[in-house]
Design a protein around this ligand. Structure first.
Ligand SMILES: C[S@@+](CC[C@H](N)C(=O)[O-])C[C@H]1O[C@@H](n2cnc3c(N)ncnc32)[C@H](O)[C@@H]1O
Length: 258
């Protein structure tokens, strides 16, 4: 586990560790394959916990969403659930309607789903097909960056963290959700078994891509611990990092401030 934890970027099966270009292509193709069933599987496999976890993020960034003229982007937006929840909350808050948020992902089939969902809900978002480690944005051009379950998939976590810091202006915030390994031995073993045995089978049944869901388990196992992520964010120039453990540590909400 210690070696695996040392991984500094996503590494899907069959990819040579350190080959970031190949890792990014494999991740993009994998999400392209699961895109048609992604939402269904997300809600089914997490028992709707994914909805609750995103809601926790939205609640945590409310002070930002209330700001008139807020500039914000949801990176690795997938099919747009977080962008949708954020724009709905922002609309709900009086005086906070100015500014068009950005929702970005590097996988076109995911982005197309986000586009139609956001349009259906009447949520106005600019969509961009872009790599979260190389955003087509100026330095210090955003007040809020959000990312849910995307960071773990980046080919380089360090470059991702540096990019989030680069695009955030002074006073800005990065709000990030990621899976983690629960600290409790019992809860960790239960979740490990679910991730390792149940998830790939169900994923295969519904999406036809068990590989994507075996990758999910491996990627969580190889992902740095919350303390390591916190350190990485601080090293990249964030001044303060708060962490909230959700559902016994299965998911962690990071709030990193500039
Ligand atoms: C697990 S999904 C999460 C989607 C969404 N944020 C959610 O909460 O459901 C991860 C998403 O990250 C995207 N992704 C992975 N690496 C990326 C990168 N380097 N740049 C942009 N998007 C990326 C994938 O295409 C996928 O849509």
């Amino acid at each position: 586990m210690a070696d695996a934890r040392a991984a500094r970027g996503a590494c899907p099966a069959g990819i040579r560790p350190g080959d970031e270009t190949a890792a990014a292509s494999a991740v993009r193709e994998m999400f392209g394959r699961v895109a048609p069933r992604y939402d269904l599987l997300n809600h089914l496999l997490s028992g709707q916990l994914d909805v609750y976890w995103r809601r926790r993020l939205v609640r945590a960034v409310r002070p930002y969403l209330q700001r008139p003229g807020l500039r914000f982007a949801d990176l690795c937006c997938g099919t747009g659930d977080l962008a949708l929840a954020l724009t709905k909350e922002r609309r709900r808050l009086a005086s906070a309607r100015s500014g068009v948020p950005l929702a970005a992902d590097f996988c076109r089939p995911m982005l197309e789903r986000a586009k139609s969902k956001l349009a259906q809900a009447g949520s106005h978002c600019e969509l961009a097909e872009a790599d979260a480690t190389r955003m087509p944005l100026a330095d210090a051009s955003l007040d809020l960056v959000t990312i849910a379950y995307g960071f773990r998939n980046l080919a380089s976590y360090d470059r991702g963290a540096a990019e989030f810091r680069r695009v955030l202006a002074s006073g800005g915030c990065l709000a990030m959700l990621e899976f983690s390994q629960p600290p409790s031995v019992v809860w960790g073993a239960l979740f490990g078994a679910y991730f390792r045995h149940v998830l790939p089978r169900l994923g295969n049944l519904v999406s036809g891509s068990g590989q994507a869901y075996s990758y999910l388990h491996r990627s969580v196992q190889h992902f740095p611990s919350p303390a390591e992520i916190r350190r990485m964010l601080l090293d990249r120039g964030f001044t303060r990092v708060e962490m909230q453990s959700l559902t016994g540590g299965v998911s962690v909400l990071y709030l990193a401030y500039v």
